[in-house]
Design a protein around this ligand. Structure first.
Ligand SMILES: O=C(O)C1=C[C@@H](OP(=O)(O)O)[C@@H](O)[C@H](O)C1
Ligand SMILES: C=C(OP(=O)(O)O)C(=O)O
Length: 430
């Protein structure tokens, strides 16, 4: 599947953005482990989160879908999961696989976790090595990639672990294993990362101590069913924040977007670049800060992205690169080597795409300098990476020619309905 994208009209309207992917994955996992019935509202109907829900059904959990974006999960209790008959398919989702590695390592049965071609290349030792310290036994392929063959029935012990890379996925895997471990599990982070696991475990009745960069829990606790309200996904909203910022005459309102401070680094970066984004109707939704984001076109200037912001905008760099391409003066990114091990090598793939459109991008091992300029048309290889595909659909709104964006089907992993919503707002996108 591909898109033909070209400059459309100024972007206008009030948009509803689908539910948060990180929160949706966790909601179904924790509801499955809880005692009692939990309802999830705003669940992301994306392929990644549906894959996680399907895995829990394979593990014996009854999950009803009374209407789109709603799930009723009949929790089986902390020790109630049943062995899956076949390998469990995480699809494209690093989050699904890494969190499940921690959870399934603690079960009394064996499991195998598999994924698609992209996930099958992603590094898993970052979870299997610290989990092994807790007593888990997980085999990877040579090179540390999936499938993960998890040997159940291992007694686990809590550890005090400092993460090597700032990763909410690794932190969460250890905390989930820690729920089953003897003693306490402590996770310390070099830079604070999203704390949805900590917040949501607490909402499910688990005693957990946490502060930015730190989490501690004791094994042997049970989860109590609760209802979860999922906020709109800031990472999906990001494409519209950039698009309206770079297309003259645009004004969009994005309704009730999740603004967890560990997710909004792009908002800070765009404002440093001169973007006109205001927060209105601020409130709380499901324990998370939310607000309507009103974004109007504004001329942007290049910046040096502060390295401290990188973990808070780790999924937003494809969108940031497009803002940088349309700014006045270069933008410099450093300290973002993690981008090379996402669904694609996002530094390399974004640089290659922008060069195809006529821009100069100087790559370094952990970043890039983007030199802005006029973008012409061309063919973009998204490398089956949803965020690359959406980023170039945004770029096309400022390009002088047409972009053929290849392999866009993975957009459905995180943002089903993106193309329809974008067209309704004024994008030229077929
Ligand atoms: O915990 C999560 O839900 C996520 C954590 C981040 O990954 P890392 O933990 O690898 O940084 C992020 O890139 C991913 O999209 C979602
Ligand atoms: C990196 C991402 O997700 P995951 O790690 O779950 O595949 C993403 O959505 O940009």
């Amino acid at each position: 599947m591909h898109w033909t994208a070209h400059a459309g009209t100024p972007l206008q309207g009030v948009l509803g953005i689908p539910g948060d992917k990180s929160v949706s994955h966790r909601s179904v996992m924790f509801a499955a482990l809880a005692d009692g019935i939990s309802t999830i509202d705003g669940f992301l109907e994306g392929e990644d989160t549906r894959a996680t829900a399907a895995i829990f059904e394979c593990l014996g959990v009854r999950i009803e879908t009374p209407s789109p974006s709603r799930r009723v999960v009949h929790g089986v209790g902390i020790d109630g999961l049943q062995p899956g008959a076949a390998p469990l398919d995480c699809g494209n989702a690093g989050t699904g696989m890494r969190l499940l590695a921690g959870l399934l390592a603690a079960q009394r049965f064996d499991s195998v976790l598999i994924g698609d071609a992209s996930l099958s290349k992603r590094p898993m030792r970052r979870v299997t090595v610290p989990l092994a310290k807790m007593g888990a036994r997980i085999d990877t392929e040579e090179g540390g990639t999936p499938p993960l063959r998890i040997h159940g029935g291992q007694p686990l012990v809590g550890i005090d672990h400092t993460l090597e890379v700032a990763s909410a996925q690794v932190k969460s895997a250890l905390l989930l294993a820690g729920l089953y471990a003897h003693g306490e599990t402590v996770v310390r982070e070099p830079h604070p990362t999203r704390d949805y696991t900590e917040r949501m475990l607490s909402a499910f009745g688990v005693e957990i101590e946490f502060s930015p960069g730190f989490a501690r829990l004791r094994g042997g606790q049970r989860l109590r069913a609760t209802d979860v309200a999922v906020p709109a996904d800031f990472s999906s909203a990001a494409f519209f924040l950039v698009a309206a910022s770079i297309v003259p005459g645009s004004e969009l309102r994005l309704r009730q977007v999740g603004l967890n401070p560990r997710r909004t680094g792009l908002l800070t970066a765009l404002r440093m670049m001169g973007a006109d984004i205001t927060e209105e109707r601020s409130g709380m939704h499901g324990g998370e800060p939310v607000a309507d984001l009103r974004v109007r076109y504004a001329p942007l200037h290049g910046i040096e992205v502060p390295e401290a912001l990188v973990p808070d905008m780790i999924d937003e760099f494809p969108a940031l690169f497009i803002a940088a391409a349309c700014a006045e003066g270069p933008t410099v990114v450093r300290g973002a080597a993690e981008l090379r091990v996402k669904e694609s090598d996002r530094l390399g793939v974004m640089a290659a795409g922008l060069r195809t459109l006529g821009l100069q991008v100087d790559e370094t091992p952990d970043g890039a300098t983007i030199h802005p300029g006029a973008m012409h048309g061309g063919q973009i290889a998204s490398q089956h990476d949803h965020r690359i595909a959406m980023a170039f659909a945004v770029a096309a709104q400022r390009a002088t020619g047409e972009l053929l964006i290849r392999d866009v089907e993975t957009v459905a992993t995180s943002f089903p309905g993106f193309a329809e919503l974008a067209r309704a707002a004024g994008f030229g996108l077929v």
